[in-house]
Design a protein around this ligand. Structure first.
Ligand code: CP
Ligand code: NVA
Length: 308
């Protein structure tokens, strides 16, 4: 059990039951149905972000404020970690000051090192391997659009990256059929795909392919993300060449279901992974999705810190 007091390092930190509870609470919080704790003992969330962020950082700060708590910015470059203090020592010290840590970093191993030494919950606010907080908002958005997630068909077009990994795992836990289409050398980690298939067994299918048209055919949700993630900037030119044909544009979207919704975790590169027309079009739910980061994380923090 992750709630309360556990770590949230990836989608699998929570069971299917906990995911459903998280999504129920996030929806109820958004509708104003949950009485929030009155500020008493102020809880503090430390934000250790080694990569830029707009949505995650701000939605964590606002979520904590709404829960009667606050956040403390702790960019690793400004702490003694940048001068070689071990993560294990840092985590043990910070655990004595703050009530939880949200960490955005490169290596999942660093996140796990923080979690091993920390006595307070550690939350993955994006690593090179997963982006589990993003997919809370994604599935909350799909629940709002379709009411029932069970049996929904989603396509993910583009890079088999951190967002794709978390989508694979959460879709499997929540019973959503997922087809992931990537260029051959950019597929998701086969171990994650295999794990998603195990998690979804008997409930939904997980398909990895290379034809975006086939992936989109009849899909009720189509999702994409950038072709070069943070840290991959040097390879961006090569990647633009390798991903030709994977742009989510009107031609590709025409193969999806009539009631399709378009998702993107943002930030978007218009004209690369998604056309401006589709991002701004009637099928797009990307700003609702961004809004839902707030409610997803508010619910996650309430459950981890035992505030709801
Ligand atoms: N989608 C997302 O995590 O956005 P930020 O990088 O702005 O936090
Ligand atoms: N895959 C992207 C997601 C950004 C929110 C990245 O890691 O940069």
């Amino acid at each position: 059990m992750t709630f309360p007091g556990g770590h949230f390092l990836g989608v699998e930190a929570c069971s299917r039951q906990e995911w459903l509870k998280l999504l129920r609470l996030a929806g109820a919080m958004k509708r104003g149905e949950v009485r929030l704790p009155t500020p008493g003992t102020v809880k503090v969330l430390g934000l250790l972000f080694s990569k830029p962020s707009t949505r995650s950082r701000v939605s964590f700060a606002v979520a904590m404020a709404r829960l009667g708590g606050q956040t403390l910015d702790l960019p690793p470059g400004s702490t003694q970690v940048s001068r070689g203090e071990p993560i294990a020592d840092t985590a043990r010290v910070l655990s004595r000051y703050v009530d939880a840590l949200a960490i955005r970093t490169f290596a999942q191993a660093d996140l796990e090192a923080y979690a091993r030494a920390s006595t307070v919950p550690v939350i993955n606010a994006l690593s090179d391997v997963e982006h589990p907080c993003q997919v809370i908002a994604d599935f909350l958005t799909l629940q709002e659009c379709f009411s029932d997630l069970d049996g929904l068909t989603m396509a993910y077009i583009g890079d088999g990256n951190n967002v794709a990994h978390s989508l694979l795992l959460a879709a499997a836990l929540l019973g959503v059929h997922l087809r992931v289409a990537t260029p051959r050398q950019y597929g998701p980690d086969p171990a994650v795909v295999q794990r998603a298939r195990q998690l979804g067994q008997g409930r939904c299918t997980v398909t990895v392919l290379h034809d975006p048209v086939e992936a989109c055919r009849g899909a009720q949700a189509v999702y994409t993300d950038v072709w070069s993630s943070m840290g991959q900037e040097a390879a961006a030119r090569q990647r633009r060449r390798d991903f030709a044909g994977y742009c989510l544009n009107a031609d590709l979207l025409a193969h999806a279901a009539r009631d399709v919704v378009v998702l993107h975790c943002l930030p978007a590169h218009r004209g690369e992974e998604i056309s401006n027309e589709v991002l701004e079009g009637p099928e797009s739910r990307v700003f609702l999705q961004a809004e839902n980061r707030l409610y997803g994380q508010q619910a996650l923090l309430a459950l981890l810190l035992d505030l709801a």
